[in-house]
Design a protein around this ligand. Structure first.
Ligand SMILES: Cc1ncc(COP(=O)(O)O)c(C=O)c1O
Length: 390
């Protein structure tokens, strides 16, 4: 028996695989410090869970419209107005089963055979695979530490061809935590000019920012609003990863196309989760303000401890909850790649991290600081000891 050709280029997710291994080792009784996790370490806020419980009790477990209930779509519009300062009608937004499905919908709806999708590196692990599944070609635009790990206007210019169908931007970034400023986005917009291409703007970490970093998206530039598809969700800001609600905003045509696709794939997202997500969005990002404030100290602690390790340089994150470490100078003959180093750190030092290979950035490791200070301290101690010995 054979499988469809489109799967040939699609690899299993390294991040999900490593997290599964971490769980497995823990179940075997091994003492593992997990710094690979990509989710908040708090529970979903009670008021949100309560809304879900009430939805079950009120028998709201039926199919809804594919794009989500009017209640949820109103809440999405209000939330976007609050966070982005831009207005969408309810028929210009839709809900899906996680931001992941929103991404998949947006890529499949805009790009196919013969099309190219520009993805700056380091990228979130699923992007190139999703582009392959759509039948299009990912064009990786490599960024360097000198660029601040951000796509420069020149590199964008070099990556554009008549076949470019979309540019996929993620800010704040998973894995690097770097965040584009409004001015940087305007410079990219200038390069794009009038070209017919979609901007897929993955803003899932939009509320998690540090220092005086402000959130910016190409959707906020008036000439770009209709060409941009906002990809967002409740997973990170509201600690609702397992509820699986994401949302998109864009032109009426883009949302209609993505809804058509979802009509024939998954229909509506979970009806109970829609009620809970609407409650979270109505409450707004301040609902998790206390947790967000803890990230400031955790970031500072992890950054300090990482930079104390010889051979490691940490990229100071301006958003999200990841620290991206350049360990290229610390690689040895025994562990010449970050893939092998991450494997050894897990098996021998008992610390789970994600290798840069998962993000198109070999030579780097991604650590999450959405864990408590004791976990950060112990994790970094183990990494320092291991690097010293090897
Ligand atoms: C950059 C980025 N986009 C999208 C997602 C997917 O989010 P969700 O869990 O809502 O599908 C994630 C989750 O890790 C992410 O980091």
């Amino acid at each position: 028996m054979r499988f469809a050709k489109r799967l040939d280029k699609v690899l299993p997710s390294v991040t999900l695989g490593l997290n599964a291994r971490t769980l497995e080792l823990r179940q075997q009784g091994k003492d593992i410090v997990a710094l690979g996790v990509g989710e908040p370490d708090i529970h979903t806020p009670d008021v949100v869970s309560e809304a879900g419980i009430q939805a079950i009790k009120n028998h709201r477990a039926r199919y809804t419209a594919t794009a989500g209930t009017p209640e949820l779509r109103h809440a999405i519009c209000d939330y976007i107005k609050q966070v982005y300062g831009i207005t969408y009608e309810t028929n210009c937004v839709m809900a899906s089963s996680g931001a992941k499905q929103v991404l998949f919908n947006s890529i499949v709806a805009t790009s196919g055979e013969g099309d190219e999708v520009i993805i700056p590196t380091p990228y979130w692990t699923s992007y190139p695979d999703m582009v392959h599944l759509a039948g299009a070609t990912p064009v990786l635009a490599e960024t360097t530490l000198e660029d601040g790990l951000k796509l420069s206007p020149q590199k964008l210019h070099d990556a554009l061809t008549p076949r470019t169908s979309a540019l996929l931007l993620n800010s704040p970034s998973n894995p690097s935590g770097v965040t584009y400023t409004r001015r940087e986005l305007e410079a990219l917009a200038e390069v794009i000019g009038d070209r017919e291409l979609w901007i897929l703007s993955d803003d899932i970490y939009c509320t998690l920012l540090f220092g005086d970093q402000e959130f910016a998206s190409l959707a906020q530039i008036p000439q770009f609003k209709d060409r941009t598809i906002i990809i967002n969700g409740v997973s990170k800001t509201f600690s609702m990863t397992g509820w699986r609600i994401g949302f998109a905003a864009g032109s009426r045509e883009a949302i209609a196309a993505m809804t058509r696709l979802q009509d024939h794939s998954t229909s509506c997202p979970n009806a109970i989760a829609q009620v809970a997500a609407a409650e979270a969005l109505r409450q707004g990002p301040s609902l998790t303000a206390e947790w967000q404030a803890t990230l400031i100290d955790r970031r500072a602690l992890m950054l300090r401890l990482a930079n104390e390790i010889p051979g490691i340089t940490a990229v100071p994150p301006t958003g999200a909850f990841y620290l991206f470490l350049d360990v290229s100078k610390g690689l040895t003959e025994k562990y010449p790649t970050t893939m092998l180093l991450a494997e050894a750190l897990l098996m021998e030092a008992g610390v789970g991290v994600i290798p840069g290979e998962a993000f198109g950035a070999p030579g780097f490791l991604r650590l999450s600081f959405a864990v408590d200070n004791a976990t950060i301290t112990e994790g970094l101690r183990r990494i320092a000891t291991f690097m010293d010995k090897n």
